[in-house]
Write a protein that binds this ligand. Structure first.
Ligand SMILES: [Zn+2]
Ligand SMILES: [Zn+2]
Length: 89
């Protein structure tokens, strides 16, 4: 073969499917599809200048603040949601 085969594409940190150069986005050393680089809360597509990450999950800045910056809000929010679901039953 006259040419070297290109390295296999790296997997996306979100969906774990291969990422090709044209759709690749790198943040904090992790690789994402541009379309997978979105808030895991509201699904809004993010840009490198407007994202926050927590335990490899991505958030827009308003939701990151809402979910993690308010003390105790994270657990409380999920607890309330579970109670609501029980009541609906
Ligand atoms: Zn992806
Ligand atoms: Zn969001």
């Amino acid at each position: 073969m006259p040419w070297k085969a290109p390295a296999p594409p790296s997997p996306c940190s979100v969906c774990e499917k291969s990422v090709y150069e044209m759709e690749k986005l790198t943040a904090d050393g992790l690789i994402y599809h541009k379309s997978c680089f979105k808030c895991s809360h509201c699904k809004k597509v993010l840009s490198l200048g407007s994202y926050a990450s927590q335990e490899r999950r991505l958030f827009c800045k308003p939701h990151f603040k809402q979910l993690f910056m308010t003390k105790g809000n994270y657990d409380e929010g999920f607890g309330k949601e579970q109670h609501k679901k029980q009541w609906i039953k």
